[in-house]
Design a protein around this ligand. Structure first.
Ligand code: KIV
Ligand code: ZN
Length: 512
């Protein structure tokens, strides 16, 4: 309990880097994962699940790097209830200031019979044995009963009881397939709390999926019925329809704290930048009407609403955009703004890049300020995000030209510089300017990755706005994202494509 009004403090367990990242189209490279991890730390999550170490050597390394750097929250690694997975988890978390091994095993009849091919007694035994094994290496153990909602409640209570007896400090109740209804889920959590032996020795957690669009509602119903921890992801990314969205749960608790008698320690002013970063590194945009972080979440279009908001914001706003970190664009920066003003603005927006990154962003800001009279907060934010998670440049854009028209088709010419020094130039015909220039780039790099996604948008309104291009390419069953910014849309497309290629080249060179 916190505060005089008995407001319970709910722990936020973020799994953007594990359940989120494993969703189709949401993969991130190790740099990107580290950037997201730093953002989550700044946001104030209690636990971040950094990955599934046994799933690949790359995941193990990435969890290890994150665990060695993050200090202000617990870092968890997911493991099946198997000794070899727990060994990988232990290795990945060796440098963590506050490690947590998260062991899971399914408890529903359908999973036990068809996936695990185990009897309930065997599952009970393996759950306890795996927690006992993990407990030798780490005091903080979480046990999850996968598909708990479709499991026999009394069986889950027995498994949780055995896990607690073996040393689990958190027991997690997932609605793995997103099947529960809020009141039903709340009742179930109350039942589990009332019937699990020694539940007072452990925190009770929930983990909801969004197949029926009810993940946040179910998580909140669980909190009202005694859950101590919620598992969620930024932007709700995750398997299929996703996981419960962190921003929806956290803002509901903050806005309706007195009704729900619960809150988190999240710094909500960091929500928007965390959301933008996840969008940028995954290339997965949020829908415009998405609660809290969607483009329209605070837009008032109807005249009657605008009138009301101008008279008093509370007429149509239950929370302010500033409370989630969306700035009001108070300060105008332009080409005469100095480095200090720029740095101050970055700080106000919640960014504190290291000196080398700052130099790079400031140089880009100067170029942009030359083209645009006024540089907005959204522009600045876009520049910072562009620097986040970027990998070393194997290929650098030198210059480009495109000739296009309705009768003759398009011809693109491009010159790139390789990191070892030499310049390469190619020309190609194509079906439009982007196709021609991407083909010319492919000729230089000697590969033809599949273009899986190409999206272009504007950072701010107006014809001088920066164009933002997102590109996703596939090569050898791996997916790479790139993002490009420029006031010229062809150039932003080229930059995005080269960024994705650099991510690919960097991973391929690491494998050599
Ligand atoms: O959805 C689920 O059941 C999970 C568990 C591994 C916690 O992600
Ligand atoms: Zn899940």
């Amino acid at each position: 309990m916190t505060g005089s009004d008995s407001i319970r403090r709910i722990a936020v367990f973020d799994t953007t880097l594990r359940d989120g990242e494993q969703a189709p189209g949401c993969s991130m490279n190790p740099q990107e994962k580290l950037e997201v991890a730093k953002r989550l730390e700044k946001l104030g999550v209690d636990v971040m699940e950094a990955g599934f170490p046994a799933s690949s050597p790359g995941d193990l390394e990435s969890v290890k790097t994150i665990a060695g750097i993050i200090k202000d929250c617990t870092v968890a690694g997911l493991c099946r209830a198997l000794e070899k997975d727990i060994d990988a988890g232990r290795e990945a978390l060796v440098h963590a200031a506050s490690p947590r091994i998260h062991v899971f095993l399914a408890t529903s009849p359908i999973h036990m019979e068809y996936k695990l091919k185990m009897t309930p007694d065997q599952v009970l035994e393996q759950a306890a044995a795996s927690v006992r094994y993990a407990k030798q290496f780490c005091s903080d153990i979480e046990f999850s009963a996968e598909d708990a909602f479709r499991s026999d409640p009394d069986f889950v209570c027995r498994v949780f009881g055995a896990a607690i007896e073996a040393g689990a400090l958190t027991v997690n109740f997932p609605d793995t397939v997103g099947y529960a209804m809020p009141d039903e889920f709340g009742d179930r959590i109350r039942y589990i709390r009332e019937h699990t032996p020694h539940i007072e020795k452990a925190a009770l957690s929930v983990h909801c999926h969004n197949d029926l669009g009810l993940a946040a509602a179910n998580s909140l119903a669980a909190i009202q019925n005694g859950a101590d921890q919620v598992e969620c992801t930024i932007n709700g990314i995750g398997e299929r329809a996703g996981n419960a969205s962190l921003e929806e749960i956290v803002m509901t608790l903050r806005v309706r704290k007195n009704y729900l008698k619960a809150d988190t320690r999240i710094d909500t002013t960091q929500i928007y930048t965390a959301s933008r970063l996840v969008t940028q590194v995954t290339g997965v945009k949020v829908q415009p009407n998405k609660a809290i972080v969607g483009e329209n979440a605070f837009a008032h279009e109807a005249g009657i609403h605008q009138h009301g908001v101008l008279a008093n914001r509370a007429t149509y706003e239950i929370m302010t955009p500033e409370s989630v970190g969306i700035s009001k664009n108070q300060m105008v920066l332009g080409k005469h703004s100095g480095r200090h003003a720029f740095e101050d603005r970055l700080k106000d927006l919640g960014f504190t890049p290291d000196i080398k990154t700052l130099e790079g962003i400031f140089a880009e800001f100067k170029v942009l300020a030359d083209k645009k009279k006024v540089v907005s907060d959204r522009d600045i934010e876009a520049l910072v995000m562009g620097a986040a998670g970027s990998v070393p440049e194997t290929w650098k854009l030198d210059h480009w030209a495109v000739n296009t028209g309705s009768a003759l088709g398009a011809t693109g010419a491009i010159r790139l510089q390789h990191k070892d020094g030499p310049y390469s130039k190619e020309v190609s015909m194509g079906d439009g300017p982007i196709d021609s220039i991407f083909k010319a780039i492919n000729q230089i790099i000697g590969k033809e990755p599949e273009l899986e996604l190409y999206e272009i948008g504007a950072i701010t309104g107006g014809s001088a706005s920066q164009g933002e291009t997102m590109v996703k390419i596939a090569w050898d069953d791996r997916h790479y994202n790139g993002r490009g910014l420029s006031t010229d849309v062809v150039e932003s497309s080229i930059k995005a494509y080269i960024a994705a290629i650099n991510a690919m080249e960097w991973e391929l060179s690491a494998k050599k």
